[in-house]
Design a protein around this ligand. Structure first.
Ligand SMILES: Cc1cc2nc3c(=O)[nH]c(=O)nc-3n(C[C@H](O)[C@H](O)[C@H](O)COP(=O)(O)OP(=O)(O)OC[C@H]3O[C@@H](n4cnc5c(N)ncnc54)[C@H](O)[C@@H]3O)c2cc1C
Length: 302
């Protein structure tokens, strides 16, 4: 089987950026992508550098794919089942196919845990549910913002969101707040609803129906239910994360396995596009410098 320089697993902002850099270093490179980037869910991003009028996630991904393809990257729509270490190289396996490479960049992202309702995706697409306060709380400034999730998560995110609105509605799902909690939980403008109610959606906005039947309408809701990390590939290549949910990398984004890099949401505490693409640039450049330089021939120059 032929060996290529790099397999990139994941074709979100991180993986596509790494692949574009690598092709521009004249490295052979393939992106293996399951096609489920978190960025697909972004209705419109206003903090993505270079887009003063905003950009939707699908549009951004389309642009990044075009850029990668124009640089000569191959993108294969497959889900990698296993990543094996074979001597000095790696083998990525997807279904009945496999790719051998000198190095691997993992950019498989994370999955948001959503409220257990069938309308969640629809609510996200119209901004009735938002998943990233750092990304888009600015657009929700002075709106009635709901904060939904386990009490501890609601508590920590409510402090952050209080900087955007005086009209917070806190909806802990497990236990009520008690006197141990400092402001904003006892401010007059902050509404604290009892656990045990139901989050509902009318096609435009969410409502919370408490167990006594009373309803509160929310302009937007941030559920803080966590994310699921996708680590099986890291583990199968021999680079176990230190803690559950954490893939350890060095300053060049390399894991403990030489030649295996990890970038983007799967490693970052700050899940942002600009962080993902920055890590991609660092990993791709370091990786390129670790591989032997292949001198250009006169024939290649035409
Ligand atoms: C609603 C919402 C709004 C957001 N708004 C913003 C914003 O305004 N600004 C901002 O900076 N960030 C925003 N984010 C966060 C942003 O989307 C992520 O930080 C970014 O997508 C991370 O890029 P990534 O490449 O690391 O992972 P992802 O974009 O999630 O891409 C990972 C890719 O890997 C693929 N994959 C996973 N496992 C495998 C496998 N085994 N084999 C092959 N492929 C695999 C997936 O299918 C996916 O295509 C938002 C997120 C959400 C959900």
């Amino acid at each position: 089987m032929d060996i290529i320089d790099v397999v990139v697993v994941g074709g979100g902002p991180a993986g596509l950026t790494a692949a574009t850099y690598l092709r521009r270093f004249h490295r052979s490179c393939v992106v293996l992508d399951g096609g489920d980037s978190r960025a697909r869910r972004i209705p419109e991003s206003h903090n993505c550098p270079g887009f003063p009028d905003g950009v939707s996630g699908p549009d951004l991904l389309r642009r990044m794919r075009t850029q990668a393809l124009e640089a000569g990257v191959r993108i294969e729509p497959v889900v990698v089942d296993a990543l094996l270490r074979e001597g000095d190289s790696f083998r990525a396996v997807a279904g009945g196919r496999s790719w051998r490479a000198r190095a691997v960049v993992l950019a498989t992202g994370v999955r948001d845990v959503l409220p257990d309702v069938d309308w969640a995706e629809q609510a996200i697409s119209c901004g009735a549910i938002r998943l990233c306060a750092i990304c888009d709380a600015f657009e929700a400034t002075d709106l009635r913002i709901g904060v939904y999730g386990p009490r501890e998560a609601v508590a920590s995110h409510a402090r952050f969101l209080r900087g955007y609105t005086s009209r917070l509605v806190l909806m802990p799902i497990d236990r009520a707040f008690d006197d141990r909690f400092p402001p904003p939980y006892r401010e007059e403008t902050v509404l604290v609803l009892p656990p045990g109610g139901e989050l509902m959606f009318d096609g435009t906005r969410c409502r919370y129906r408490a167990s006594d039947g009373s309803e509160t309408v929310l302009d937007t809701v941030y559920p803080f239910l966590g994310t699921q990390e996708a680590h099986p590939l890291v583990a199968s290549a021999g680079a176990w994360p230190d803690e559950p949910g954490e893939t350890v990398v060095d300053a060049n984004q390399m894991t403990r396995v030489a030649g295996l890099y990890a970038i983007g949401d799967m490693v970052s505490g700050l899940n942002q596009i600009s962080v993902a693409v920055g890590q991609a640039a660092i990993a791709a450049t370091h990786l390129h410098q670790q591989l032997p330089i292949v001198p250009r021939t006169a024939e290649q120059g035409g």
